[in-house]
Design a protein around this ligand. Structure first.
Ligand code: AMP
Length: 427
């Protein structure tokens, strides 16, 4: 096996690039076991907006920050390369195996992590109408990185891919089939790398094979989504054609009657773009109480603030409906896993989400729930039939593992060898 075991993970947004350099040979005795240790991470912000900022956090040195102008993504990636080189982790190192790109929308075309070629980039462009906010930035990141290291394998890992195997009855909206198909209108789901990572990590925490457990994953961050994962496969998820459907989020409404849109347009006189902005950026917790940070909402509730209380109650009510729905969909639930900023940190949200569910075999242990920590842990009582877990998500590690697995598989094909991908082994 070659000693190229590092993967650079890039998450390119319209004005930012987040990155992590992960060595797959560390953190586990064998890279095949799906380990991986972070060598450095960071973010470049305000690309193309005058004064920008790069914050670089190497694992073995003190974090650094500098302010300068990054006119475009090429400039941003050059700055990332400089910072990594200063730590002896340059992108020209023969130890760099691949670059993995977080890619938001794979449509129905991309259901697996995919080695990037010119044709793949063209096909990604065709998917832009499905994700006009995200995919263009992802494509720019891919193009810039390919120019920087044209010889290096680059892999697109899709936010939608884990949900691509959902049964048709969960993926299809109940609208005219011909219209839906003509415009690729269906439920794709997002946060897939997180749901995949957390469901598998939860099975591991239970000491079980992912194929043997049914898990409800609650990814509660600023964006939020739930998924039902039965035997390692996603059978339903709360986000749909776009990340707007489902749970109440920081600034997104989640589910509503689609006729709200017609009403706001016809009666409220709002344009489609204005409604888009309203539902995606000025709704959810922010729209309900003026704050989208759950910490601030908790503080205001403690002071008796009614708007904050109502926002919290609406958020929790929606969450409970999804938990109940996914319980019914799967019939048997072995575990419920909380993840992302709110899910990992808010004991109050976890408690309210599951309160009174003892008849369903779900019982929290309030002491365990109150303990803070950064590793996966169980917070259910010993009597609880359904295990409840807090499992910190790690989308970058998942992307690195999937990227590395694609590269190793293609090397195996090139050399006539077979190689077991990490996800076929013990992760
Ligand atoms: P994410 O999108 O996963 O980064 O999550 C961001 C959100 O996590 C923030 O908007 C906060 O509302 C929430 N959050 C972070 N820390 C805490 C905490 N200690 N308690 C409650 N919510 C938190």
């Amino acid at each position: 096996m070659s000693d190229a075991t590092r993967v650079l993970v890039l998450n390119s947004g319209s004005s930012s690039v987040k990155y992590q350099l992960i060595d797959m040979a560390w953190g586990s005795p064998r890279p095949e076991a799906g380990g991986g240790a972070r060598l450095a991470s960071g973010i470049v912000e305000r690309i193309g907006e005058g004064q920008g900022r790069i914050k670089h956090e190497p694992a073995r040195h003190a974090p650094r920050e500098r302010y300068e102008s990054f006119p475009d993504h090429a400039g941003a990636l050059a700055a990332v390369a400089d910072e990594l080189a200063a730590d002896g982790l340059g992108l020209d190192s023969p130890r760099l195996a691949a670059i993995g790109h977080r890619t938001v929308h794979g449509g129905t075309r991309f259901t697996e992590p995919t080695l990037i070629t010119d044709e793949v980039v063209e096909e990604l462009r065709e998917l832009i109408p499905l994700a006009p906010l995200h995919n263009p930035a992802n494509i720019t990141g891919i193009e810039v990185a390919r120019k920087l290291r044209p010889d290096l394998p680059q892999v697109a890992v899709f936010d939608t891919a884990f949900h691509a195997g959902m049964p048709e009855y969960a993926a299809r909206y109940a609208i005219d089939r011909a219209v839906a198909d003509a415009h690729q209108v269906r439920r794709y789901g997002f946060h897939g790398t997180s749901h995949q990572y957390v469901s598998r990590r939860t099975a591991q925490l239970l000491g079980k094979d992912p194929e043997a457990v049914n898990v409800i994953v609650l990814h509660l961050g600023n964006g939020a989504s739930a998924s039902a994962v039965a035997g390692g496969r996603c059978v339903d998820t709360s986000m749909g054609l776009t990340p707007l459907e489902g749970l109440v989020m920081g600034t997104r409404s989640g589910d509503l009657d689609p006729a709200v849109v017609f009403h706001l347009h016809r009666v409220g006189g709002m344009s489609i773009d204005e409604i888009d902005t309203l539902l995606n950026r000025r709704s959810g917790l922010l729209g309900l109480c003026g704050d989208n940070d759950m910490r601030e909402i908790g503080r205001r509730m403690a002071e008796g603030d009614d708007a904050a209380r109502l926002a919290f109650d609406i958020y929790i009510h929606r969450l409970r409906k999804y938990i109940g729905g996914y319980y019914a969909v799967m019939g048997r639930v072995d575990a419920i896993a909380f993840t992302a900023g709110v899910g990992e940190n808010s004991a109050a949200v976890r408690e309210a989400a599951l309160a009174g569910m003892e008849p369903l075999g779900i019982e929290l242990d309030s002491v365990r729930n109150a303990v803070r920590g950064s590793s996966p842990r169980l917070i259910s009582s010993d009597a609880s039939r359904v295990q409840v877990a807090v499992v910190p998500t790690d989308e970058e590690l998942e992307i690195a593992q999937q990227t590395f697995s694609v590269v190793r598989r293609s090397e195996g094909v090139m050399h006539g060898k077979t190689w077991n991908a990490p996800n076929e082994l013990e992760r």
